[in-house]
Design a protein around this ligand. Sequence first.
Ligand code: 1GP
Length: 253
Amino acid sequence: MDSVYNSLLNTRRERGGCFFLLLDPDRMDARKVIELSEAAMECGVDAILVGTSFMLHSNFSESIRRIKSVTELPVLIFPGSYTQVTSGADAILFTMLISGRNPQYLIDEQVKGAPMVKEAGIEVIPTGYMLIESGTLTSVQFISNTMPIPRGKPDIACAHALAAQYLGMKMVYLEAGSGAEQTVPVEMVRAVASYVDIPVMVGGGLESVEDCAARVEAGAANIVMGNRFERDSGFHYLRDLTAASHPVEMVTI
Ligand code: 1GP
């Protein structure tokens, strides 16, 4: 029933953390999607997230089908809107933008998407999505028309994350926005991870081994990276990033 969620919990328990690769089919061509999916398999990625803001150029279902054809990794939809619900994936992060006060992203998108998720028959991972201030106006902030949580206010982040837990969500996502100049502060990750019992996911502007290691050490269960792979070609460093997100394995080698 919750097989993807439970397998990610197990990985986190056994290896200290998980690394998720985010693919945006609007921002890379089909060949790169395939290349990255294959590299993910080889380099120790735990799951592939697929999501996009607009669906300007991509055929979302076809992209997921392509990814599934070259990898056995779990593929999770990370939807920019309810129109991205499709049956080819293994699970969906059923997100609610809890840091905002825009009813469209608190309930409207979910009501439109719920019947589609049921029809698709995919696993649902209810996720509290929290936008964190990152120094500049990010796409997600602009599109969602919501205020991010101030980066110097971990107490506000903690209260939102706990509300998500009490509402029955299975995960919280601390998001600085794709390509963020300032990433989610390590101290905010530490505060939230020690305050709630559900896994904490972190993403937005993370680039380096140190970025990943510091957030896993602070208690993040899942690290998300996408933008860096859109820019670069050759993915030799991916293995280092996944290793940094699996600290238990690093110690035992
Ligand atoms: C964006 O948190 C994710 O939704 C990943 O961010 O693309 O900056 O890695 P990047």
